[in-house]
Each structure stands twice: as C-alpha cells, then as structure tokens.
Design a protein around this ligand. Structure first.
Ligand code: NCD
Ligand code: ZN
Length: 350
C-alpha cells in the first residue's frame, strides 16, 4: 500500500533519547507531554547547577518520579554532566547501581547551561577510558565553541577537531552524536563501523535556517545546534527514514518560557514534546517511509543502548488536522509548542 493510503500505523511505544525536563514547576508542567507517548527518555543533566554526581542524578530522578502524572508508566534514564573534576569511580558506581545510563559531554560554553563543560579533553580521559571498559555510552553535544568558527560550521568542525581524535584515542567508547544537523555528521556516522550513533530531533527534520531568519526573526525556531540550510535538512530526513540502526530519535525538546525566548538575547531550545509523534508521522509519510518510523522512534535507540524495545504498542491514526495547544501554561510562564508550519493529520490514539 502506498503511504498516502495508510491511515493507521501500529508501532512499539517510542522512547526519546535526548530530552530536557528541567526541574520544579517546569518539570511538573512538561513531564506529562512526554509520558503521554514515550516509555523512556534520556534525561539531560544541564540544570543549574548541573547534575554531575551519582547522588545528584539519583535525587533528580526522585524528583522526576514524584512529578509523574497518575498512572504514567515512564522510566527516566539519567545522565551525568561530565566536568573536568568528574570522579571516574562515582560514574562507575552510578552505572553499576542503575542510577545513570550515560554521561553527557558539553564542550564548555556550547549551549544553555554548559559553563561547567569540558575544555581540556585530557582531563576527562580517565573517565572516558573507564566508560569504554564498562560499555557506558557518552552523549556528545557536537559543536566547537571557538568564537572564530562560524556558528553554521561548528558541528562540522567538531567532527574534525574533537570526534576523530577522540575516537582514535578511545575506540571502544560508545558515542552518541546528539541532535546532528548536517550532511557532514550524517556521512561521518554512516562511515563508522561500530560504537557510533546519532540522534536526530523532530524539528531538524522539519525546519531549515530560513525558518529562523527569513521574513523576520523567529525565536521559537532558534535552538542549538542551529538549523542549517535545506540540503542538510534533506540529508537528516534521508538518514532518519532509512532504517539505518545508527540513527534514532532524540527530540531535544527543550522548554523555555516565552519571556526567556522573546528578548534581545533569547534562549536556545524548541519545545516539541506535545506534538512530536504527529510531526514525525507527517515527515515519514511525506518521504513514503511510514514503515520505518518504528525503527527510528522505537527500535534503533534501545538497540544501541543495549536495552530491550518496549513491549507495548501505540497506534497512530490519520484523519482531520490534529489540534494541539499553541502554548502550555506553567507556573513559571507560558511555553510555546513547536509549530511545524503545516497541518498535522496523525494523532496517537488512546
Ligand atoms: C538546550 C536547552 O535549552 O537546554 N537547548 C537547545 O537549543 N537544544 C540545550 C542543548 O541541548 O543544546
Ligand atoms: Zn539538548
């Protein structure tokens, strides 16, 4: 059957391999938007202060569990924020005790709340060697922070300056290049034989840099890494719909209140949790690859992380345009929901 004729699609329940849940009032408001459709998520540690130690990750996980909506069946997979002072033994214990699933590497200054990130990779070498030994993945924000490098080139530069040397030094380390935005990153991951995968966000499958900059500046489309030109978006779609096991969904849903987005120096981050599955179905349908949505959203991620796929299923149904709120209210202020710029016809049933 041609994809245009398919009106119902049943897939394993999806997971989100890169998610910002924040804390406090924001956590309580945004968590249900993810738990409605997703069974697990890799939780980003860039709180203020960041989640660095096993004890902090355990306490943060408790706060997430306490904020779960009634009846939700959701497992937060915690990450530790890698700093130059991270103790390899603390990481080892966190992994052994099931407190932390992965470690997150932010180059210092790369993005929102990344000031404590890594400047000198030799200083974290002992942690990386230990992670390679125990099979604990490293999630990498792949952008150089050098101000002399053009912001649109920072991901490609990161591959040459950081990824290649790092993978030579620690070849057994499992690495997820997160939220890739370029053909360069897609090619780099495709060329790898093992221990390398990439997440792709919902919004980078839909927007290019014109969405941010043409016809007036649109802060709600601003995130990091910043969306690139159209040819890169097309390369991301091809990777996502290919079924290639090295590419899987990490929404990077990153809520900020409207006052923080809409100011002279607005925050980076796009809030896609409420309508991600509808957006993805639309993208996969347009590519004629609806059947590959399950690989991307529910199978490839667990496989890379060495976890079983979820047992239960969800059904996406196609019909009249779906309605979703333009904003969700939080006690911190309103958060605008990602607008893909086209009607969404797919909804998650039940
Ligand atoms: C993220 C955030 O707001 O925490 N922002 C973003 O634009 N993606 C940080 C990040 O993942 O880079
Ligand atoms: Zn992120």
């Amino acid at each position: 059957m041609a994809d245009k004729e398919i009106t119902s699609l049943t897939i394993r329940r999806p997971d989100d391999w890169h998610l910002h849940l924040r804390d406090g009032a924001m956590l309580r408001a945004v968590l249900p938007e993810t738990t409605r459709h997703f069974a697990r998520a890799i939780i980003m540690p860039n709180l203020v202060p960041p989640v660095v130690t096993a004890a902090q990750a355990s306490a943060y996980r408790d706060r997430i569990m306490a904020a779960l909506p009634a009846g939700a069946n959701f497992t937060p997979l915690m990450t530790l924020y890698l700093t130059e002072a991270t103790d390899p033994e603390d990481v080892r214990r966190a992994h052994a005790d099931g407190i932390a699933t992965a470690v997150k590497l932010y180059p210092a200054g790369a993005t929102t709340n990344s000031a404590s990130g890594v400047r000198d990779f030799e200083k974290v070498r002992a942690v990386l060697d230990m992670m390679a030994e125990i099979g604990m993945p490293l999630c990498v924000h792949g952008e150089v922070t050098d101000h002399s490098i053009d912001i649109f080139d920072r991901e490609a530069a990161f591959i040459d300056k950081v990824m290649k040397p790092l993978r030579k030094k620690v070849p057994d380390l499992k690495i997820v290049m997160e939220h890739v935005t370029t053909q360069d990153a897609v090619d780099y991951v495709r060329d790898s034989i093992k221990n390398l995968a990439a997440t792709i966000t919902t919004h980078h499958l839909i927007i290019n840099r014109n969405h941010i900059l043409a016809g007036g500046i649109k802060p709600h489309y601003y995130c990091l890494p910043v969306a690139k030109r159209e040819a890169h978006r097309v390369a991301l779609v091809q990777a996502a719909v290919s079924g290639d096991k090295r590419f899987f969904l990490g929404t990077d849903s990153a809520p900020h209140t409207d006052p923080l987005k809409l100011q002279a120096c607005g925050c980076a981050g796009i809030f896609t949790a409420p309508n991600t599955m509808s957006c993805l179905a639309e993208v996969f349908e347009a590519a004629g690859k609806l059947k590959k949505l399950e690989d991307f959203a529910a199978l490839n991620g667990p496989k890379f992380y060495g976890l079983p796929p979820n047992e239960d299923m969800i059904t996406l149904v196609k019909g009249d345009p779906v309605t979703y709120p333009a904003q969700i209210a939080t006690d911190d202020g309103p958060v605008t929901v990602f607008d893909p710029g086209f009607d969404l016809h797919w909804r998650v049933a039940g």
